[in-house]
Design a protein around this ligand. Structure first.
Ligand code: TXA
Ligand code: MG
Length: 343
């Protein structure tokens, strides 16, 4: 398939006609790049699964460009959902509702519910407006890889498999949206993201967390089907080392020496403050340890860079498990397949 690269966003009408005729368009959002199709066209939606190699039991998020679009897509909107929408939309928050009958089976992957997001990024906003339909869009990566936060990474994964890729620069948040179920009485976080638990609590006093997230290694089935997959993995094996920085540094440097003797190439995922402490084939900083938003924005790109350098094993520091740090650690632990050394 020919893939059109659109780097001039004044040419979005071309992308909109592709959506209208049932094609696939990769598009920037404030979180990560998405792979969009007309959400009301089951056949178009099923081609998303094919292009990504995505398991068919993993439902898609439907993106809207105005609140008016919401009513026909869902059965009801609870007062708490309304409060969350009023506060955090447009933005990196996906809310789960009971789906109306116009949502195709392919979007819901067999569930009775649908996830809806009103993104704040102007490019996806304009694409939806010009298309005149809501778009279903998962992250625009090959299934299992870290989500793409720039157009080059989308091209790496999907060139030749989709109709168009819109280049809108780097994504500002860098991690996928927070997913919150609003179908039960207490809103429940199914996937941590840029809108944190404490931000949600400023609007609704009670917020629950899917128990499968609290103890990710427990074998409890998560409510969001996508959260059960090992994900975000570069080709390199990722290992997280937690604990006191001096001990962690020693441990990693010793392991790097051993691996080097075995003929393996080793990377370290560190911060601006710690990068100089490590001796490895590639030491990458994801930003300052004092700026978790910066770390979130750089994490997926750093994981992909290790593959550019053909690194076999990556040792990563752990990051503070608070605020957006919860989303960072959720993605990092998944990319490591829960391979964590606690020193
Ligand atoms: O930030 C984002 O959310 C990005 C951008 C493109 O909008 N999209 C994204 O989509 O991350 P995806 O498909 O990679 O992840 C969607 C997650 C999956 O874990 C999926 O299982 C969950 O949302 N999900 C979707 N619909 C759901 C539903 N009805 N009930 C529970 N979980 C749902
Ligand atoms: Mg994804």
């Amino acid at each position: 398939m020919d893939t059109l690269i659109i780097s001039d966003t004044s040419r979005l009408n071309q992308a909109a006609s592709i959506i209208q005729s049932g094609g696939l368009v990769a598009v920037p959002t404030e979180t990560v790049y998405g792979l969009a199709a007309n959400a009301l066209d089951g056949k178009a939606v099923s081609s998303i699964f094919k292009a990504k190699g995505r398991p068919s039991d993993n439902p898609l998020i439907v993106h809207i460009s105005s609140l008016d679009m919401l009513d026909s897509l869902v059965k009801s909107i609870s007062p708490k959902a309304k409060l969350l929408m009023d506060t955090f939309w447009p933005g990196p928050l996906t809310l789960i509702f009971e789906a109306s009958d116009i949502i195709p089976e392919e979007v819901r992957a067999g569930l009775s519910t649908v996830g809806i997001r009103f993104p704040s990024h102007p490019v996806i906003h304009d694409l939806i407006e010009l298309s005149g339909v809501p778009v279903a869009a998962p992250s625009a990566n090959t299934s299992g890889k870290p989500s793409p936060t720039n157009a080059t990474r989308v091209i790496d994964d999907l060139f030749g498999k989709v109709d168009a890729i819109i280049d809108g620069g780097d994504c500002s948040v860098g991690l996928e949206s927070t997913v919150v179920d609003t179908t039960s009485d207490v809103p429940t976080i199914l996937r941590p993201g840029g809108i944190t638990e404490s931000m949600l609590r400023t609007v609704v006093s009670e917020v629950a967390i899917d128990p499968a997230l609290i103890n990710q290694d427990s074998g409890i089935t998560p409510i969001s089907p996508g959260m059960k997959y090992t994900h975000y993995s570069p080709n390199a094996q990722v290992i997280i080392v937690k604990g006191d920085l001096n001990i962690v540094t020693q441990e990693i440097n010793q392991r790097v020496k051993l691996h080097t003797k075995e003929g393996k190439t080793v990377g370290v995922l560190a911060t601006d403050e710690t990068a100089s402490l490590f001796n490895a084939d590639q030491v990458l900083s994801v930003g300052s340890e004092h700026n978790l938003n910066e770390i979130a924005a750089n994490l997926f790109e750093a994981l992909r860079k290790f593959d550019d350098f053909n690194i076999d094993i990556v040792y990563s520091l752990a990051f503070p498990n608070k605020g957006i740090g919860k989303a960072i650690m959720n993605r990092l632990e998944k990319s490591a397949g829960y391979n964590i050394i606690d020193k």
